[in-house]
Design a protein around this ligand. Structure first.
Ligand SMILES: Cc1cc2nc3c(=O)[nH]c(=O)nc-3n(C[C@H](O)[C@H](O)[C@H](O)COP(=O)(O)O)c2cc1C
Length: 261
């Protein structure tokens, strides 16, 4: 599902079924973020009596269903939002649905009318979901191009050994889990995920965080990492080390460490 997922900006207009929405809610409920914080997720359908008219500035066409994310302003809430909601995105992908995370190209005022958000966790991100239209519209192709969707940074630019040399994808469980992180979605395809791998599969994660949404991207990438590691039998936990490990570059911020069980 992580390999199959890509951002879809063109939909057929067919709304999700109740069963599909229940499956998404179950994925959200099952996702246990290690970061805590405040995340308030609503699944809403446009066009139902008394609901809202989604405004995405023409970026998304034909979507009827949206996941709305109310997120606390702190780093842990942003990390958790990415970590939890991406599980629903992958569940949607498994059901053959398209998705597109959006932190910029939607009207907050309009979408905020669609649900009651927990105090202190205002609407920050929406995720469009639905049956993908067969052909990509010009707008969708241009949006994908502008967002750099087709480009991913090379593996060795993101992940390193403790001596600073590029970590090589040797097909091991930790290497595959990092590859799944590399394929995650991120705002304007900024790919803020960085990691240093030690010999025993301990992985220290850092973010190149130019904007707060980079922490959402980090949560998404860590969600991929943990799912992929678990699927390959590499169990372990994510926790912050104290004292905090030094960042390998001044523009990187330490996030968390994966310790194998
Ligand atoms: C937190 C976040 C915010 C995003 N915001 C937008 C957005 O406002 N508008 C948009 O068209 N795409 C948005 N995207 C989608 C990214 O552009 C896309 O994930 C990235 O270019 C990689 O392409 P892919 O998802 O097809 O792999 C966002 C993605 C994330 C994770």
């Amino acid at each position: 599902m992580m390999r199959a997922r890509h951002s879809v900006r063109d939909y057929t207009g067919i709304p999700l079924t109740e069963r599909q929405k229940d499956a998404l809610r179950a994925a959200i409920a099952a996702a246990k973020s290690p970061f805590g914080g405040t995340v308030d997720i609503h699944i809403v359908t446009a066009g139902d009596a008394g609901t809202f008219s989604p405004t995405t500035y023409g970026m998304i066409r034909g979507a009827r269903d949206f996941m709305l994310l109310g997120i606390g302003p702190d780093r842990n809430s942003l990390l958790s939002a990415g970590y939890i909601a991406e599980r629903a995105v992958l569940e949607a992908t498994a059901m053959g649905l398209g998705t597109c995370w959006m932190s910029g190209t939607f009207s907050k005022a309009e979408f905020s009318k669609a649900a009651d958000f927990t105090a202190g966790a205002p609407l920050t991100v929406v995720i469009a979901m639905g049956v993908p239209a067969a052909r990509k519209s010009f707008v969708a192709r241009a949006a994908g191009f502008l967002a750099g969707s087709d480009g991913r940074k090379p593996y060795g630019d993101l992940f390193h050994n403790t001596d600073g040399t590029p970590y090589v994808d040797d097909g091991s469980p930790v290497a595959e889990a990092l590859e799944m992180m590399r394929l995650a979605p991120s705002g304007v395809n900024s790919q803020p995920w960085r990691a240093i791998v030690t010999g025993d599969s301990t992985v220290r994660f850092f973010a190149k965080a130019k904007k707060p949404t980079a922490f959402i991207d980090m949560g998404i990438g860590l969600s991929h990492f943990m799912l992929a590691a678990g699927a390959r039998g590499l169990d372990g936990t994510l926790a912050a080390e104290k004292p905090q490990p030094a960042a390998p570059a001044p523009d990187l911020e330490y996030i968390v460490t994966f310790s194998p069980a």
